[in-house]
Design a protein around this ligand. Structure first.
Ligand SMILES: Nc1ncnc2c1ncn2[C@@H]1O[C@H](COP(=O)(O)OP(=O)(O)O)[C@@H](O)[C@H]1O
Ligand SMILES: [Mg+2]
Length: 244
């Protein structure tokens, strides 16, 4: 019951979070709470701290101050096991597409038959049915990114972090990824995704986090943040102006 309650809640919070280097705060987030149905899209110029925030939320970086809190408890191994992350440039095993998925499923102690069925399911989800035996390293950029997302989904995550997964892709490859993200979201996976594509934020986001200079300058419903931005930094970013 406890699990069920936390599954339903899935409240991820960054509290007084700071990452510092050489005496300077690279990330300084006072309070950010992600508890809506999502997807949450994180927007902001290069160097704003988007990747750092994502890495902190996923527990890859320990902050110098503050903490990440999941459902009222500081982020721990139990929470991290229920999170998955997809990076901008996917790192795939030098094996077949199916073997890349099998690798993840084996670590969950799934039976051979169970894994086989799940691989078919995942390949279908990612439109990679015909690529099962192909070497993962020979996939196109879009296919490789879809496989990376499938590998993350194979973990049955409650939360999926994606760091600019479509930044190197053309519009049709991007559209396929966006559909996968929306389907995962509609199945109840919390999506937290970094993008610098405002159009993508409009297409996907329920809420938008706007970052600049290591700070969250705004967080709110997508329509509100994108159409009536409440901060000068957001207005300038959305207007395409240089934000310094
Ligand atoms: N490991 C690191 N050591 C020192 N500085 C870093 C490190 N990682 C990121 N930074 C700096 O932190 C700032 C935010 O980086 P990042 O989160 O990658 O930005 P974004 O993803 O928004 O483009 C940048 O100025 C970057 O140079
Ligand atoms: Mg980044």
């Amino acid at each position: 019951m406890r699990d069920l309650v936390s599954d339903m809640t899935n409240c991820l919070r960054a509290r007084d979070l700071q990452v510092r280097s050489n005496g300077k705060a690279l990330l300084d987030v006072h309070d950010l709470t992600l508890d809506g149905p999502g997807p949450t899209l994180i927007l902001g110029p290069n160097g704003a701290g988007k990747s750092l925030l994502l890495r902190c939320l996923h527990g890859l970086i320990s902050p110098d101050r503050g903490q990440v809190v999941q459902d009222g408890t500081p982020l721990n191994a139990y929470h991290k096991a229920r999170q998955a992350m997809v990076f901008q440039r996917p790192v795939l095993l030098r094996r077949s597409v199916a073997a890349n998925l099998d690798f993840v499923l084996k670590r969950q102690n799934m039976s051979r038959t169970g894994r086989k069925d799940r691989i078919v399911e995942l390949l279908t989800e990612g439109g990679l049915e015909d690529k099962s035996r192909q070497s993962a390293r020979s996939l196109s950029g879009g296919e490789a990114q879809r496989l990376a997302i499938l590998r993350a989904l194979a973990l049955n995550p409650e939360t999926l972090f994606l760091d600019e997964p479509t930044s190197a892709l053309d519009p049709s490859a991007t559209q396929m990824i966006e559909r996968m993200v929306l389907r995962a979201s509609s199945r109840g996976v919390r999506i937290v995704m970094v993008t610098h594509d405002i159009g993508q934020a409009r297409r996907l986001a329920a809420d938008v986090v706007m970052m600049q200079g290591g700070h969250v300058v705004e967080h709110g419903p997508a329509k509100q943040v994108l159409d009536v931005p409440g901060s000068e930094a957001s207005r300038r970013y959305l207007a395409g102006g240089l934000v310094t």
